[in-house]
Design a protein around this ligand. Structure first.
Ligand SMILES: [Zn+2]
Length: 187
């Protein structure tokens, strides 16, 4: 496996473990040239599982796409890659045992179920990005339901981070700060 840091083509496996359902193997590797450590995953390729998309076109199931969409929802949340890979393993296992074709809606629903167990902020992000809520009201209801269970502070910096950042850099405050510095300078 090519080292992602220096490009050297030789490495050593330093740790190897199976996922809980034995459907994938995670390997920790160390580059023999620069000692950079990286992780690889190995799993059986299922070329026969097909996804039916909303526009009714078909495409082969792609595990990486699934991992990426979960990872995006979980960005900057305290969730390990191992936890995400486990969730994907569980979803894939459910899909594989239910037939050779699966609709993208079914995959989306399964992802939502998993994310709800893992992290509520990630769950809301995924739901809003993939428009799994039929109407805005439904989305607001879901946020309000979660709001009763989690501390308001836990949710707000994530969902309204940009607004908070803008408030912090409010022009009036910046001007005040500059004025203080000027005054101080004259003294
Ligand atoms: Zn290297």
């Amino acid at each position: 496996m090519r080292c992602p840091k220096c490009g050297f083509r030789d490495d050593k496996v330093i740790d190897s473990r199976q996922s809980r359902d034995s459907s994938s193997i995670r390997r920790r590797r160390v580059c023999l040239q620069c000692a950079y450590r990286f992780t690889t995953y190995e799993q059986i390729e299922r070329s026969d599982l097909r996804v039916i998309k909303r526009d009714r076109t078909h495409e082969p199931f792609d595990r990486r796409k699934l991992v990426n969409s979960l990872a995006r929802a979980c960005e900057k949340r305290p969730i390990s890659l191992v936890r995400l890979e486990t969730a994907v393993d569980e979803i894939v296992h459910e899909l594989e045992t239910s037939g050779r074709e699966v609709s993208s809606q079914v995959i989306g629903t399964k992802v939502l179920e998993k994310l709800r167990e893992i992290d509520e902020v990630a769950y809301l992000r995924y739901a809003s990005v993939h428009r799994r809520f039929e109407e805005v009201d439904q989305f607001v209801d879901a946020i309000q339901q979660l709001g009763r269970r989690i501390k308001p502070n836990a949710l707000q910096p994530e969902l309204f981070g940009t607004e908070i950042a803008q408030t912090a850099l409010h022009p009036a405050e910046t001007a005040n700060a500059e004025r203080k510095i000027e005054t101080h300078g004259r003294v």
